[in-house]
Design a protein around this ligand. Structure first.
Ligand code: PMP
Length: 469
């Protein structure tokens, strides 16, 4: 057992792994496969780094799970949490009561969000936020007297969470295949993935084409049946799919034309990730609802929710009557206290501006420099998300790149080399993605991109050895 810090508690890695295999069913995991290897035990974090129970230092290119925007080890958040726990660890907001952090945070969220937002509904997670959206848009149309207007249009390969509604709104085939999803009233259109589907078009042309799929679907269903369209401004878990600049304004135009509500799922894109408080501001949309989670509290304590735009809030509040929906942990005082301090840090350190004007552009330049690597067919970034496609053979026109067959799982091979060399980079098929903490400095970006290049070299050598490249 190796202590991670001098004086720190020692960890018996094998013992933890055995308990883990015996009792802990991990999310999105092949339990049998994991048990045969044993999980890596993460024990500490500071800044952009993690340490495992063997004392290995790891650069966290994924901000935990797209959430630790202010980095690890923020004492002021722990202190705010401790103070709130001492004062009032819990009380609900159901029966004509409220609490101070939840109220203050609601006002703060309204202050930093686009002008159409003046209200907040809290949940414990992003998934629950999207469940809330589904119920809220249907309630809205019922109150408006359009009870047929219940269908929600989403996109293939979208990720909107893991609850029944969240997984149905999402467009992940692997999730739909388990448990008979999606539930009725949710349909999907194609995603704006230029690398995959844009052959023969400029990016701008492809953006208009892909947005047109929404109009086609609305006309197929009948506009009087369609309640809302939901999308992530930049798709995250689907592989950091950055849409052409023409895409979202055209989606907005189509939603407006048919009076359809627009839901921006900003669980990843919110709180500075793209270089604005909310990605919607940069991508040219004016959503009616915004789902948030993750970066709102930098993941220190679970928290999620929905920003509710005036168009909906005016009806829900104006017409009265209970909205029969809510969670024990809606407006949890400790989670809200953590979020308030997290947002104070983001403001105080000007992290949104930093990503927009300094480190985001720097990351874009550095990440683009990886395009000269023999394995990299396509690489792009937006603010502090980035992705690159591993290809068998590069080509001048990205759509002419020769791909690896999916069965080879080259992305997973590459992820393995990253993981074994102290770098966390996620694989989505053969696309390798990052979403680093917003506190990352230029020097740390250099270090990260160097590590990525080193691991790409290792991957290439490995593939060559196996006769695959
Ligand atoms: N929406 C998006 C866009 C997400 O990325 C996620 C989580 N990765 C969720 C919803 C679900 O959030 P949670 O895991 O907190 O339920």
């Amino acid at each position: 057992a190796n202590p991670v810090q001098p004086g720190a508690q020692a960890f018996d890695t094998r013992a933890i792994q055995q308990l883990d295999s015996a009792h802990y069913l991990h999310p999105f995991t092949d339990f049998k496969d994991l048990n045969s290897k044993g999980a890596r035990v993460i024990v500490r974090g500071q800044g952009i780094y993690l340490w495992d129970s063997e004392g290995e230092k790891i650069l966290d290119g994924m901000s935990g799970l797209w959430c630790v925007n202010v980095g690890y080890g923020r004492t002021s958040i722990s202190e705010a949490v401790y103070r709130q726990m001492e004062t009032l660890p819990f009380y609900n907001s159901f029966f004509n009561t409220t609490n101070v952090p939840a109220t203050r945070l609601a006002a703060k969220l309204v202050e930093i969000s686009p002008p159409q937002f003046n209200h907040v509904f809290y949940t414990g997670s992003g998934s629950e936020g999207n469940d809330t959206n589904l119920r809220m848009v249907r309630r809205y149309w019922d109150l408006m007297g359009f009870k047929e207007r219940h269908t929600i249009i989403s996109r293939h390969n979208a990720y909107h969470g893991s609850t029944v509604a969240g997984a149905s709104l999402g467009g992940m085939d692997g999730m739909h295949a388990q448990g008979g999803l999606p539930i009725p009233g949710i349909v999907h259109i194609g995603q704006p993935n230029y690398f995959e589907s844009g052959r023969g078009m400029t990016e701008a042309e492809f953006g208009i084409e892909a947005a047109g799929w929404l109009e086609a679907k609305i006309l197929e269903l009948g506009p009087e049946k369609v309640a809302a369209f939901i999308g992530e401004p930049v798709q995250g878990a689907g592989g950091v799919i950055i849409p052409p600049a023409t895409y979202w304004p055209e989606i907005q135009r189509i939603c407006d034309k048919y009076g359809i509500l627009l839901i921006a799922d900003e669980v990843i894109c919110g709180f500075g990730r793209l270089g604005a408080w909310f990605g919607s501001e940069l991508l040219g949309i004016k959503p009616d609802l915004i789902t948030f989670a993750k970066g709102v509290s930098s993941g220190y304590i679970p928290l999620g929710g929905v920003l509710v735009g005036d168009r909906i809030a005016d009806v829900l509040i104006g017409q009265g009557g209970d909205f029969n929906h809510g969670f024990t942990y809606s407006g949890h005082p400790v989670a809200c206290a953590a979020a308030l301090e997290n947002i104070r840090i983001i403001e105080d350190e000007q992290l949104v501006k930093q990503v927009a004007n300094v480190t985001g552009p720097y990351l874009r330049r550095k990440f683009a420099s990886l395009r000269d690597h023999p394995l990299v067919g396509y690489a792009d970034s937006y603010g502090f998300v980035a992705g690159l496609n591993l290809v068998r053979k590069k080509a001048e026109v990205v759509h002419d790149c020769e791909l690896f067959t999916p069965e080879l799982a080259v992305g997973m091979i590459c992820r393995g080399h990253m993981f074994n060399n102290g770098m966390i980079m996620r694989a989505v098929g053969d696309r390798m993605i990052i979403a680093p903490p917003l506190v990352m400095t230029k020097a740390e970006i250099d270090e990260m991109v160097n590590k990525i290049r080193y691991c790409l070299d290792k991957t290439l050598a490995d593939l060559q050895e196996r006769g695959l490249a």
